[in-house]
Design a protein around this ligand. Structure first.
Ligand code: NAD
Length: 302
């Protein structure tokens, strides 16, 4: 039996944050201000409160100006759209993130599409999802980029490999499948209606699990030597305590896989690191576009 290598997302995310810090310093040197990330939280969902605070704090740690806008759960869709419009127009705001899920009375699609596509650091705007699916450069959702960086770290060659993605959400499943395709993997997207999931998974050289079902993927679902990326975060009660587990039965899978991500400490920390990376990339791209436009304008005015 192969002995599974644990892909340490915590250590790798620290490396990514160092890379971001360097890019932030270069940005400050060029533009005289730090990139800015504005996070909007509507309501008091306890997990969302923790996530948004972490995002704001980690942004500040790498030198990004982080701001958290907390709006009450009774905020109307029109009020939220007004706030987004204000941030879209603010020249010092480079990245806007609306924390999901939103309260039921607010239409998520309308809100995400209201964000300036160039400031959409979550990569959920239809322009960015369209660019990604046509293989063009775009702001790409953070969790999928994190998965790809972990795969790169595992050393597996994706060219021609069979990648099975469990889950077809817009946040993880679909974009990670697009990125794998871009790297020339042969990609199968599986979901809740897929037949004989264990047999399909056993054909995978790369298995990405993003379903939100605790420890669904068992050791005997995994081809020996495959690389397994566990995106799931599930809070379950075990031996009278609440613990976090992924969508993969880690102890079983690590005996079979050549590499596997743990939960916590795998994909989770990578997501936040790539949010920061997207922010500095969005800032750099936007400001260089503005300079180009100004150049064209000056050219025309001459
Ligand atoms: P989602 O609920 O939007 O989508 C789940 C997908 O899984 C659906 O496409 C569904 O068809 C599929 N599915 C459900 N049950 C299945 C089953 N029994 N067999 C096969 N497919 C099944 O979820 P999501 O937003 O994509 O998130 C998935 C998981 O990843 C959740 O646990 C979430 O908390 C976690 N997550 C983690 C991060 C991170 O940073 N680590 C980021 C986003 C999501």
């Amino acid at each position: 039996m192969l002995n599974g290598k644990v892909l340490d997302g915590k250590a790798l995310s620290a490396k990514v944050r160092e890379e971001v810090k360097e890019k932030v310093n270069a940005f400050v040197g060029r533009h005289g201000r730090p990139p800015g990330l504005d996070v909007i939280l509507v309501g008091e969902n306890p997990a969302s409160v923790v996530y948004t605070r972490n995002k704001e704090r980690t942004a500040k740690e790498v030198g990004i100006r982080g701001a958290l806008h907390t709006l009450p759960g009774t905020t109307t869709e029109a009020e939220l759209l007004h706030k987004i419009d204000e941030l879209n127009r603010d020249p010092n705001v480079d990245g806007i993130l609306v924390q999901l899920p939103l309260p039921k009375h607010i239409n998520e699609e309308r809100v995400l599409d209201a964000i300036d596509a160039g400031k959409d650091v979550d990569g959920f705007h239809h322009v960015n999802t369209g660019l990604l699916s046509s293989g063009r450069s775009a702001l790409v959702p953070c969790t999928p980029i994190g998965c790809m960086r972990l795969l790169a770290e595992s050393g597996i060659s994706l060219d021609g490999a069979h990648a099975v993605v469990l889950g077809r959400s817009n946040i993880v499943g679909k974009p990670v499948a697009q990125l794998l395709l871009k790297e020339n993997a042969t990609v199968t997207i599986a979901h809740s209606r897929t037949r004989d999931l264990p047999a399909l998974c056993r054909t995978a050289d790369v298995l990405v699990a993003a379903v939100g079902r605790p420890e669904l993927v068992r050791g005997d679902w995994v081809k020996p030597g495959a690389v397994v990326i566990d995106v799931g975060i599930n809070r379950i009660e075990r031996d009278g305590k609440f613990v976090l587990v992924g969508d993969v039965a880690f102890d079983e899978v690590k005996e079979v896989a050549s590499a596997v991500t743990p939960v916590p400490g795998g994909v989770g920390p990578m997501t936040i690191a790539y949010l920061l990376s997207n922010t500095v990339d969005a800032a750099t791209a936007r400001l260089s576009r503005l300079v180009r436009h100004k150049g064209v304008f000056l050219e025309a005015a001459r």
